[in-house]
Design a binder for this molecule. Structure first.
Ligand SMILES: NC(=O)c1ccc[n+]([C@@H]2O[C@H](COP(=O)([O-])OP(=O)(O)OC[C@H]3O[C@@H](n4cnc5c(N)ncnc54)[C@H](OP(=O)(O)O)[C@@H]3O)[C@@H](O)[C@H]2O)c1
Length: 328
């Protein structure tokens, strides 16, 4: 299957590396970053495009834009991995709509368009009889969407809760283990590249809330916006609060929860026993799904990272490729 990749940063290059290193059945015919692009309908050499990007900052020629690629390259699926804009979803939203409208499958790791416009995008996909997949938008490498859509099909999900943000989890782990203050732990997370220069989305609980909105709307058929989520971040959490919890064999985690029976979404720091399944360390994510037939199912894994996030994208592409093979 031929793919075009929009966005050649951490995730885009992770995908190209996997395609170069193993037999995926995927051929990359086009790549774009913010300033350039390249097309070879017979297949680009992924390692050469990575080298060009790393040496020159450009993946191809100036003037070869995402729109040009979407309209003119030969590909079956668009892989949309440009930065997230949680307010408007753009420019990713426009790229995805254009590709779906011209009958291409789309796979994305971009939370903005999925949280804001899932109904519209999935409607276009159905009309055009193509797939719109977004596994990488929630919990990186953890196959949470596939588990909910297929693995637990036939179950009623009563509640779903867990650790959706690795940066916050890292900060809380370090505050508890090393007695660091919030500011010291945040600084360390920044130095290690886990936190952005502006960590607002992570530490204020917004990133976790966006992931809840994606699950609520796309899996549980709710019609939620970010404003509907009750959000408390970790910014005002003190070392004393954590020490107090630790003295009683408890600890604090930022937990996102969807109560599917009440229809509510909440993100807040919660005190939980230190031996609880959701007390994962460092940047890990963990999600417990409470169901009527299967009981509790918990998934733990890496919520971010170049190759880890690319793993979810490759999984979505494999799904599409298998459907494609069956129908042809
Ligand atoms: N990294 C992770 O672990 C992770 C995990 C889950 C989800 N995600 C999501 O996946 C997406 C990509 O993340 P990332 O970490 O790969 O980001 P990144 O390293 O910042 O890379 C973003 C890429 O998009 C390109 N870009 C920016 N604006 C563009 C435009 N208008 N048209 C075409 N390309 C454009 C950038 O171009 P330049 O190279 O020219 O700047 C860059 O190559 C984001 O939406 C992120 O939220 C990431």
């Amino acid at each position: 299957m031929k793919i075009a990749i929009l966005g050649f940063g951490s995730v885009g290059r992770g995908i190209a590396r996997i395609v170069a290193e193993r037999e995926t059945g995927l051929v990359i015919t086009a790549v774009a970053d913010s300033k350039s692009g390249c097309i070879d309908n017979n297949g680009l050499n992924p390692l050469e495009v990575i080298r060009a990007k790393e040496e020159t900052g450009l993946c191809g020629k100036k003037g070869v834009t995402p729109e040009y690629i979407i309209k003119n390259a030969d590909y079956d699926a668009l892989v949309e991995v440009t930065p997230t804009n949680a307010e408007t979803g753009e420019p990713s939203l426009g790229f995805i709509k254009l590709a779906l409208s011209t009958g291409k499958h789309v796979v994305t790791s971009n939370k903005g368009p999925v949280a804001l416009n899932y109904d519209e995008l999935s409607h276009i996909a159905r009309e055009k009889e193509v797939q719109f997949k977004y596994e990488a938008t929630v919990c990186g490498a953890i196959p949470i969407i596939q588990t909910l859509q297929y693995g637990l099909a036939g179950n009623k999900v009563k509640k779903l809760y867990g650790v959706f943000n690795g940066t916050c989890n890292y900060i809380l782990t370090r505050m508890a283990d090393e007695r660091l203050t919030y500011k010291q732990a945040l600084l360390e997370a920044r130095e290690l590249g886990y936190a952005e220069a502006d960590p607002k989305y992570d530490v204020e609980g917004i990133d976790a809330a966006i992931k809840l909105v994606i699950l609520a709307n796309t899996i549980f058929g709710m019609k939620k916006r970010l404003e509907d989520v009750e959000i408390t971040g970790i910014c005002s959490l003190t070392s004393e609060a954590i020490e107090l919890a630790e003295a009683d064999e408890l600890t604090i985690r930022l937990i996102g929860e969807i109560d599917n029976e009440r229809g509510t979404l909440r993100v807040s720091p919660r005190v939980i026993p230190k031996d609880h399944t959701l007390v994962v360390q460092d940047t890990l994510n963990a999600v417990t799904i409470e169901t009527d037939l299967a009981g509790e199912v918990t998934l733990i894994g890496r919520g971010a990272g170049s190759i880890e996030t690319a793993s979810a994208i490759i999984s979505d592409l494999s799904f599409i490729s298998n459907c494609h093979d069956r129908s042809s």
